[in-house]
Write a new protein. Sequence first.
Length: 337
Amino acid sequence: MGQAARRGPLKAGEFVQITDPKGRLHTVMLEPGGYFQTSRGSLHHDDIIGRPEAVTLFDGEREFQVVRPLQTDYVMSMPRGAAIVYPKDAAQIVAFGDIFPGARVLEAGVGSGALSMSLLQAVGSTGSLHSIERREDFAQVAKGNVDLWFGGRHPAWQVSVGDFNDVALSLEPESVDRVVLDMLSPWECIEAVEHALVPGGVLTVYVATVTQLSRMNEDLVTSKRFTKPSVWESSIRTWHLDGLSVRPDHRMVAHTGFLLTARKVERQSLPQQRSSRPAKAAEGLEGQWNDEESWEEHPELSPVVSQKKVRRSIRDVSAKSRAWLTHETEGEDQSEL
């Protein structure tokens, strides 16, 4: 759909978000002759195309609100291969990872492309994002989702399929401003991160379990190449507002993952030694992690994504890309007449 294209009248080939009379959200790509149908009413796409954004339409019985989706709306409805980084965590990664316009960012674990979109919007066209994904099928889904959102390949984005350590160690030393890791065993990449990251650069890690968090923290401290990590998680609780009925909603987005940040220490220096005494529970536990046992031998820590689901996501995003390209080509042909 493109960033600049999300202005003016609603066009064929772009996504819209339709809010039905019950408040449920539906993300739809507009197509000439298309038809939107729910149990609560229906709309013809031709009645939407050409209308201004944020228009309220009436199907004869019920009202529907039509707007262009925000990035958070698009992320929650797009085809998925791997699980996504939720918008609440992506926003914190951008803010606390200090992803700034013009930054050179290295990302590992592209998944379905949700976090990549936030990182690309933060670095802008003057920065760069190099995303690394081990699985070709996940990378294919991510590229389709991100390209659809930006209306083509973002000029700052490069995607590599392979091992993070191989790619990061092949880069010029200290040539990256920020590193973001969303992977099963990020502690295996500490040496490669230290090689690529500039002194003072920020490492941000997203992990799902307490065990992963503890292992990453201990290995970062042991490496003596990073400052003391900061760790947190965030929860969002929405509220019900209806006249005098004001209360928290019954459901909330609670734990999705832990975020850890640390900064690289200059190579001729060592991290600051704090004077605080270690907790008794931590005494004598150095080196207790079993490095001989592969972390990937624990499938419960990495939920299996079925190949059927991945293939369906690839088909969905490919079909949407073809539809968008068809409308773009038709629009160019008409502009030449």
